[in-house]
Design a protein around this ligand. Structure first.
Ligand SMILES: [Zn+2]
Length: 256
């Protein structure tokens, strides 16, 4: 007979979901949360309780892990915590062992709430979590939770876990479709800076209908707002006239 831990290992090594399957499972999980939680009643919820994290864990365990996280944990303790202090990471999973009780361990999943509340203030500013663009707090929270559950699964199977190594990344991609192993909540400005080296105030060049323009990045949302000096434009307080362009980030080239 295989133990729960062996079954979990087998599942984690083989489980693979399609985009459509994930969409269906995630919708099911979200619907269950809305139905059961007194706080999470809409995608951009304003309150959250540690019990919501526990509920998310149970729903993910049931739908993605066949209940094997719970049965592998067995009598080991798993607790959930909301953290206001974590400012960069979306979550954290910790394992503790006690020398006086060999074989026993306890686990905690903490979720950064300040980050979630600070993000998703404006609908046109989606946030990238684990490489996936999220448009609501619940989506952001679910991506963070998925990342933490890969950690939990690895900890239960192998006693150690790191999201900077390929084993973790392969599991996160196969099971949850994650393309990045960071679990920070990245704003469009963070992504622009990281992927394109472009910030507010950067000088950039772009082509529109065969014409090349050069200007200054004023704001970054899904697109960058670029101001280009033009006598037909609008007068700004610096004495110049500018025309405003909304340009997709990938079309911008940073000018030294
Ligand atoms: Zn991680």
């Amino acid at each position: 007979m295989k133990s729960s831990r062996q079954k979990l290992e087998q599942l984690v090594r083989n489980r693979s979901t399609t985009t459509i399957e994930r969409q269906q499972l995630n919708q099911l999980i979200a619907d269950n949360i809305f139905a059961a939680s007194p706080y999470v009643t809409k995608p951009n919820f304003e309150r959250l309780h540690a019990a919501d994290i526990q509920l998310l864990y149970e729903l993910y365990d049931e739908n993605y892990f066949g209940g094997l996280l719970g049965s592998t944990l067995n009598s080991n303790l798993l607790s959930f915590r909301l953290s206001k202090r974590m400012t960069r990471a979306g979550g954290k999973t910790t394992r503790w062992t006690d020398r006086s009780k060999p074989g026993a361990a306890s686990y905690e999943i903490a979720v950064a709430t300040t980050l979630l509340y600070q993000s998703f203030q404006e609908p046109e500013r989606p946030v990238t979590v684990t490489g996936i663009e999220c448009v609501s707090r619940l989506e952001g929270l679910m991506r963070v939770m998925e990342h933490e559950l890969v950690h939990l699964a690895e900890l239960l199977i192998w006693s150690g876990s790191s999201c900077s190594v390929s084993r973790f990344q392969h599991i996160a991609r196969r099971v949850f479709g994650h393309t990045h192993h960071q679990h920070e909540l990245l704003t469009p400005s963070d992504v622009a800076d990281r992927e394109y080296g472009i910030r507010t105030g950067s000088r950039v060049r772009f082509d529109i209908q065969g014409q090349s323009h050069e200007g200054i990045v004023k704001r970054i949302t899904k697109r960058a707002t670029v101001l280009v000096i033009d006598p037909r434009g609008q007068a700004y307080s610096d004495g110049h006239k500018y025309v405003k362009f909304y340009v997709p980030l990938r079309m911008l080239e940073a000018v030294e």
